[in-house]
Write a protein that binds this ligand. Structure first.
Ligand SMILES: O=C[C@H](O)[C@H](O)[C@H](O)COP(=O)(O)O
Length: 261
């Protein structure tokens, strides 16, 4: 892929609040602060997309707590993974799906990378397909991160861009992806099961594999890159969430920042 210029940042408004300066917070505490801030956007009677990962988990815990306390009522949650489904069930959050509720009021989810235009990389926890299906149906999509997730460009963390692929001839698909991004020095690796079996591929909730793409350079035009990947029949979905986030909440030692598109 050739490099191309990025569109101008489309941040319309932002606000921030400070934390006491003497506190030294862990990354998980920062995730929790961002998550709790996001739950302030949740109102009774909403249909909510429930994200996946260690940051979203805090938001779901908080929603469960507010439901239990009667401070939120008549919430319907739509989980983006089997793990989130289990967590929400354990908290007695009423659940549904996008067959029944094709339009959601709000979704809250974490991200692996956030670029200056609020484009995201997601899926390092393996849940990108359901997340993209559900978060694409939301009127508002609130992304919650600690500041370590902010990057200058997608791939800028040096960590993986995950791509969900069908298991059939995954090597063929991985080779095609490497060729596609050869100008960016792409290396494609099959994700191996993190649960212990060193030789078994990681299998998604949808029965697919994940190919992790590592880049040495900026891949440029994200939309063109995403469209090119989706033209390979073996690719199910990629982990770039382009122009989907409507609100970004970032927690850092300096405080919490809320930016709206
Ligand atoms: O597949 C995982 C999801 O996309 C997560 O939302 C993403 O990996 C961020 O996870 P965490 O909040 O644990 O950093």
């Amino acid at each position: 892929m050739a490099l191309a210029s990025k569109k101008p940042t489309a941040i319309m408004s932002s606000s921030s609040s400070s934390l006491p300066p003497q506190l030294i917070l862990t990354q998980d505490e920062l995730k929790k602060i961002a998550a709790y801030k996001a739950v302030e956007f949740v109102e009774s009677n909403m249909v909510l997309g429930l994200g996946t990962g260690s940051t979203a988990k805090h938001a779901i815990d908080r929603i469960g707590e507010l439901l239990k306390q009667g401070k939120l009522t008549n919430i319907i949650g739509i989980p983006t993974s089997t793990k989130t489904h289990e967590q929400a069930l354990s908290l007695n959050i009423p659940l549904s799906d996008i067959d029944t509720h094709p339009v959601l009021d709000l979704a809250i989810d974490g991200a692996d990378e956030v670029d200056p235009d609020m484009n995201l990389v997601k899926g390092r926890g393996g849940s990108l397909l359901r997340e993209k299906m559900i978060e694409g149906c939301c009127k508002k999509f609130v992304v919650i991160v600690d500041e370590s997730k902010l990057v200058d460009y997608v791939g800028g963390s040096g960590l993986a861009l995950p791509v969900e692929v069908v298991p059939f001839c995954w090597k063929f698909t991985a080779n095609k992806l490497e060729e596609l991004f050869c100008d960016a020095g792409c290396v494609a690796r099959l994700r191996i099961n993190a649960d212990g079996n060193k030789n078994a591929p990681y299998v998604t909730d949808n029965g697919n594999y994940i190919i992790d793409l590592y880049f040495k350079k900026d891949i440029g035009d994200l939309k063109a890159a995403g469209d090119a990947m989706l033209r390979f029949a073996g690719v199910v979905e990629h982990g770039m969430f382009i122009d989907m986030a409507t609100t970004l909440i970032v927690a850092s030692e300096m405080g919490v920042t809320v930016r709206h598109k």
